[in-house]
Write a protein that binds this ligand. Structure first.
Ligand SMILES: [Zn+2]
Length: 256
């Protein structure tokens, strides 16, 4: 689960709670070199369930660096990836515009839905959840001509009801943000992903390709405890307070 890629350093307007997940071009190339060495197949998310020993590279939110810097590198390696787009972010400062999405689609990359507004869905009504999924799906389908059947959850916020709504909205795959390896019997409406942060190095990537994610599982159990106790909104506010951000600042929209 990637987000953004920058050349030398992250843009100063991006708050720390977001740019933890943003990596440099040099690091990204190091990651892809490790993947190439490990000889796993790199496929779009819709091909994952039918390809043996495969991994998928996904990018959430629609950050501009993922398209401008990441995409040419991915193409050079001959890999495929999936971009999850939030409709209301398209064309905003720091995010891809419509032309960029079309270009990625034409380059053979998969496009998926990451909500219409990026709000957390566990507190929404079914009508609101369906609108978040369907509105973005329709927009991306008419923009790219792709049949869009994959989505990822803003903030990783997931429950069974959200998964049923995703199915009703026409999706076949739904990605969350909890770490795990997906098998052919895994619920395709709860596909697990490993978050790539600015601390993820080549050795970590090579571990992931060997299906060793023990470190990430321990970390995730530790961080899930306050999430469960506090609930998603309070947890996000606490996280931003720890990172020195004002909870009323406009960084709300950048929550990964
Ligand atoms: Zn996001």
């Amino acid at each position: 689960m990637y987000h953004d890629i920058f050349l030398k350093s992250p843009e100063p307007f991006i708050p720390r709670s977001s740019n933890i997940y943003h990596i440099s071009e040099q690091t990204f190339i190091e990651h892809l070199n490790q993947i190439k060495k490990s000889k796993v197949n790199v496929v779009g998310l819709t091909k994952l369930s039918t390809s043996k020993d495969s991994i998928s590279l996904t990018f959430d939110d629609g950050w501009i660096g993922a398209f401008k810097i990441g995409l040419p590198i991915i193409k050079e390696f001959g890999f495929k990836c999936t971009f999850f787009i939030t409709k209301s972010f398209v064309g905003r400062q720091g995010f891809v515009n419509e032309k960029g999405i079309v270009m990625a689609s034409e380059a053979g990359m998969e496009i998926g839905v990451h909500g219409t507004t990026h709000r957390m869905l566990s507190n929404c009504s079914n009508d609101e959840i369906l609108w978040e999924f369907k509105n973005c799906r329709k927009y991306l389908e008419s923009l790219t001509g792709q049949n869009i059947i994959s989505a990822s959850m803003p903030g990783g916020d997931w429950n069974k009801n959200i998964a049923s709504c995703a199915k009703e909205a026409g999706f076949k795959n739904l990605c969350v943000s909890t770490p795990g390896i997906n098998y052919s019997y895994t619920n395709s409406y709860k596909l697990q992903r490993i978050a790539i942060t600015d601390k993820t190095n080549g050795r970590d990537i090579s571990r992931y390709c060997d299906k060793d994610i023990s470190k990430e599982l321990i970390k995730s159990r530790f961080f899930n405890l306050p999430k469960k106790i506090l609930g998603m909104r309070k947890y996000s506010n606490l996280r931003r307070w720890i990172l020195g951000e004002n909870k009323n600042s406009n960084s709300e929209i950048f929550k990964p």
